[in-house]
Design a binder for this molecule. Structure first.
Ligand code: PLP
Length: 436
């Protein structure tokens, strides 16, 4: 029978039968350990009974109420809960169905806010290279990942990019505040070069996701970019689509540095793999100004649907009830130490980085120069496939702007236990032995 379904490539994978905890089973009975929580989504694990029960209860009441016709208890409760987890200034929540939509929403709200202030000339959104902010055209315009954007460049407005602070490649000490300042100064310089009156916002992943491989900002960086944004009236957007929701060992990635943005995007672990769900969280005064000026010219049909919101609320309840954020911090420390220890056995592991259970390792051909593996080796696909055959799922991306270099995210669900970390490490070591 002809396969009618398609995604981005011809990659064929087995059919999924069921999933529970940190494991998934294919139809042929083979078990896979979800070492990347899908794409860093299934943060509380699969088939959590409390979430399934909350969804059942909501389904019995209603599964959809169009937002222009009804408020729903589920969406109001999730908005209140989400706002309560945010810094005080960020009190307003706008629901969407995924990460790209959440980022698009931040860009559009920022732009409308500038218009309300009579700053129509502000439209440029500075972002970092590499970075990932989504695949829709607006989010793609600020995504620093050239191969994804190139085919669509005539359809998008080019936005300014600054280098992501990859101190490990530049031979700089990430713990030295001078390093943070060095990279943050690039933001200030770019604002000056572009003309401060034209710059609308700066968007940053507090802990990097797929494109930088769990990049942790150097000391002082997050604080300094906040100051620079304030100095030039530029809005600061934290894209917490991946880092939000507890995975880094704090509910928000940026909590590690105590910095407060003007707008936040979240998705992935917010719906936890139970429902498509995302949100933009915004400063109260920004929302008030835009609503006063006639309204926010943006919205998606499925926004705030009660089933998604009931599931999202149950996901946060489970994170709190089981202290999964605390477990992500504790298990993340153990897993990171074990990944670092692999460097002794495998000289081609160049760097191990990340926070909590948002962790990655990067393969290089030479650890002293940090030169990437030759592209022809195809390490990117090969290691993932070896691990997959052994029943371990890890997530990979080509780094270095998509030119060469390979990093692999090891991000199991936040419910992971120490014996399960042993299991991940045993499978990963076997896979690396075969890869070597
Ligand atoms: N922003 C970040 C930081 C992400 O990691 C992602 C997805 O990987 C997105 C945005 C886009 O999210 P989605 O794939 O749900 O559209």
């Amino acid at each position: 029978m002809k396969n009618r379904l398609f995604y981005q490539s011809r990659l064929a994978r087995p059919e999924l039968d069921r999933a529970e905890g940190i494991y998934l089973w294919a139809k042929d009975g083979k078990r896979y350990l979800d070492g990347s929580s899908g794409a860093m989504v299934s943060n509380i694990g699969h088939s959590n009974p409390a979430v399934l029960q909350a969804m059942r209860e909501q389904m019995e009441k209603s599964t959809f109420g169009y937002r222009l016709h009804f408020q729903t208890e589920a969406s109001e409760r999730l908005a209140n809960k989400t706002a309560a987890l945010c810094p005080e200034e960020l009190g307003r929540v706008f629901f969407v169905s995924g990460g790209s939509e959440a980022v698009e929403s931040t860009l559009k709200l920022a732009r409308q806010y500038a218009l309300t202030r009579g700053e129509a000339q502000r439209y440029k959104v500075i972002s970092r290279m590499p970075s990932y902010h989504g695949s829709t055209l607006g989010a793609l315009a600020v995504t620093g990942y050239a191969p994804l954007a190139a085919p669509f460049s005539p359809m998008m407005r080019e936005m300014p990019k600054i280098p992501a602070p990859r101190a490990y490649l530049d031979g700089l000490d990430p713990d030295d505040p001078a390093t943070g300042k060095h990279y943050a100064d690039m933001l200030e310089q770019t604002i000056l070069d572009e003309g401060p009156q034209t710059v609308l916002a700066f968007i940053v992943e507090p802990v990097g996701g797929a494109s930088t491989g769990a990049l942790v900002p150097p000391a002082g960086y997050m604080q300094r970019i906040r100051e620079i944004c304030d100095d030039y009236g530029v809005l600061l957007i934290h894209d917490e689509v991946m880092s939000g929701g507890g995975r880094t060992g704090k509910f928000w990635g940026a909590e590690h540095w105590g910095t407060v943005p003007d707008l936040i995007s979240i998705s992935k672990g917010f719906g936890g793999g139970y429902v498509p769900l995302g949100a933009m969280i915004a400063r109260d005064d920004i929302v008030e100004a835009v609503l006063d000026a006639g309204g926010f010219a943006h919205g998606h049909t499925y926004a705030g649907n009660p089933l998604a919101c009931a599931a999202g609320l149950a996901v946060i309840d489970e994170i709190e009830r089981q202290d999964l954020t605390g477990n992500a911090a504790a298990m993340g420390d153990k897993l990171k130490a074990r990944l670092n220890a692999l460097k002794n056995r495998f000289p081609f592991i160049g760097d191990v980085r990340g926070k909590g259970l948002l962790l990655a390792f990067e393969l290089v051909s030479d650890r002293t120069t940090m030169q990437p593996l030759p592209k022809e080796l195809g390490a990117f696909d090969r290691l993932v496939n070896i691990a997959y055959d052994k029943g371990l799922i890890i997530y990979s991306r080509r780094t270095r702007g998509g030119i060469s270099g390979d990093h692999f995210l090891v991000c199991p669900p936040m419910i992971v236990t120490e014996p399960q970390i042993d299991e991940i490490m045993a499978l990963l070591t076997e896979a690396l032995d075969e890869f070597a």
